[in-house]
Structure formats: C-alpha cells, structure tokens
Design a protein around this ligand. Structure first.
Ligand code: C5P
Length: 307
C-alpha cells in the first residue's frame, strides 16, 4: 500500500524596501502616521513549521544569533494568537532560515510573522481568509500586513492599511548591509528629536512616484525615491552617508536608506548594472556585505519543502 508522507510546511516571505516613506507627527499611541509605498524584494526568509511537544523557535543564517527565540520573536506571538483563536495549545516548532538582514530596516521580523500566519493557518487547518489574517497581522506589527500582501502597495495609518499599486516591470536593486543594526523605535525617536530641534524637510505626496511605477521606467522612479527616516538614520549612523555616495558613484541611479535602516538600497538601471554596482560596492569597504535583489515579488507563500 502506498503511504503518503506529509510534506513539511515551509513558507517563504519577502523583504521590503520603502520607495517612499513619509512620516507624520507622533500620535498619542506612540506611533506615527505614515504614507508609504512598499515594494517586496526577492531577498527572503524561509520558515518551516512542524508539530512539536512545546513552542520552539530555531534560527539559522546570517545574524541568527541576534534574533530572539522566545516571545520576543513575532512568530512566537503569532503562534500564541492563532492557538488562542483556534482553542488549542501552541505546540509548533519554527525553523527560520534568515536571508533578510537582521535589524536592517527590511522587515525581516515581519516577514517571519507573516510566514508563521500562513503556515499555521495550513498546519492547524484554521481556514482563516486573507482579510482575517491581515487583521491579525496588523496586531503583530505595522509591516506584517505588507509582508503577507507583497507586490507593491501604498500603506497608510501605521503602515498597515494597504492599497495595491500598479507597478510595471521588474526593478533591480543592490542592498548594502551595515555592520550593526538600528532599532526602529530609536530611529523614530531620533526623527522626533530632529523635528523638535529644527524643521527637517518632509516628503510631499507620492503621486509622481506612483506614476513612475506605473510607467515602469527605473530612470523616472530613481529621483523620486525618498525616506523621511533617512535623516534620523544618518544622524545615528553618519557612516551611511559614505555608503550612499559610494553606491551612486558605482553607477546606481539612486540610493536611499531602507525603512529605518541601516541597510542602504540602490536602484539600478537593469540586472547587469546591479551586478556591476554590487561588485564595486563590495570592494569599497563601505558596508558589511552586499546583495542584489529584484522586485516586486509576491507576499508570504507556501513553497515545496526541498526548494
Ligand atoms: O509596529 P511595530 O511594532 O513594528 O513598530 C515598532 C516601533 O516603531 C513602534 O513601537 C514605534 O516606536 C515605531 N513606529 C512608529 N510609527 C509607525 C510604525 C512604527 O513610530 N507607523
């Protein structure tokens, strides 16, 4: 008789870069209102889920030792939430394989949370739809709904209210990873401090950027990239200025700090240009390591276990 070996549940979730990150004033709940345009990139984490006698989190890959393996990890919180909802114990082991830089401003923790939601929904046969999963995602963190959604999207509120955006073509990126991470709350606090001390310029509406995305021309998109958190990230890590300059000198169309940093993201004209910029940046001694990536890619999704 044929026996069916159940395939493991493995979910792949993408990194993100904010093409536009407009930050409003500090709200009473400690968050800032955002107007942001996210793009999901081909740099991914894989999360494998298996039934277990206890809730456990294992992490491998670059920077794994900095990732919490207790309730400080969003996958842990996702498991507790969904177990409560399903009236069961959170008996699952997560094996996270990191491809997204840790504390890099690329939503690596959020990607893992989104992967956990998709994986647990399947593993525990909860039958939750996209809308329900998105609501739970928003409770876990501001970027988690986008990690589920993927593609290119306009985010409002804390970043959790999403509208899909028309993006023609694939864009090619080089990512310069920094030696140490930056804490997202610390970068937002630094922006508040800079705004109290002076009046740093604020981004306007992303209208022109949305049109450039619809046109699909990287050359048109490049000068419109912007990030209000960049001044704060540069204030905390002044070395990033050198990194940003080096990428553009190497031939990138434009460079920005990704989200709250410290990863710098460089938009390139095409794949060949990205490879050339990556090679030059890797030799310039201005960052820990370099990756190439493309976007947009889909949000968190199940893959075959042996991929
Ligand atoms: O939502 P999440 O837990 O990922 O946010 C981490 C921190 O980033 C928040 O505690 C807050 O300090 C800051 N944040 C913010 N405004 C946002 C999103 C995040 O101030 N819209």
């Amino acid at each position: 008789m044929l026996s069916v070996v159940p395939s493991p549940v493995v979910v792949r979730a993408p990194a993100k870069v904010n093409l536009h990150l407009g930050v409003g004033d500090l709200r009473e709940d400690g968050y800032h209102d955002l107007t942001t345009v996210f793009q999901a990139l081909s740099l991914c984490d894989d999360v494998q889920l298996a039934p277990s006698a206890a809730l456990r989190v294992k992490v491998t890959g670059e920077g794994a030792e900095e990732v919490p393996t207790d309730r400080g990890n969003l996958v842990w919180q996702a498991a507790v939430k969904l177990a409560d909802l399903g009236g069961r114990a959170p008996l699952v082991e997560f094996a996270i394989s990191k491809g997204i830089p840790v504390a890099g401003g690329m939503a690596g923790g959020s990607a893992d949370a989104a992967a956990a939601l998709i994986g647990l929904n399947d593993l525990w046969e909860l039958g939750l739809g996209r809308t329900e999963l998105s609501e739970i995602a928003a409770e876990l963190g501001s970027d988690v709904p986008f990690s589920l959604h993927g593609g290119t999207a306009l985010g409002r509120g804390r970043g959790e209210k999403l509208l899909p955006v028309l993006s023609r073509n694939t864009f090619h990126w080089v990512l310069a990873l920094a030696k140490d991470g930056l804490s997202t709350p610390a970068v937002f606090r630094e922006l508040d401090r800079l705004r109290e001390a002076g009046d740093p310029p604020r981004l306007g509406s992303p209208e022109d950027l949305l049109q450039a995305l619809a046109s699909g021309a990287a050359e048109q998109l490049a000068p419109l990239l912007g990030n209000d958190l960049q001044a704060a990230a540069l204030s905390l890590k002044p070395d990033l200025r050198r990194t940003l300059r080096a990428g553009v000198t190497a031939g990138a169309l434009a460079g920005i700090v990704s989200g709250s940093g410290p990863t710098c993201a460089f938009l390139c004209a095409d794949e060949d240009a990205a490879v050339a910029v990556a090679a030059e940046l890797a030799g310039a001694g201005v960052c820990r390591s370099v990756r190439t990536a493309y976007g947009p890619v889909p949000g968190a999704r199940r893959i075959l276990g042996d991929n």
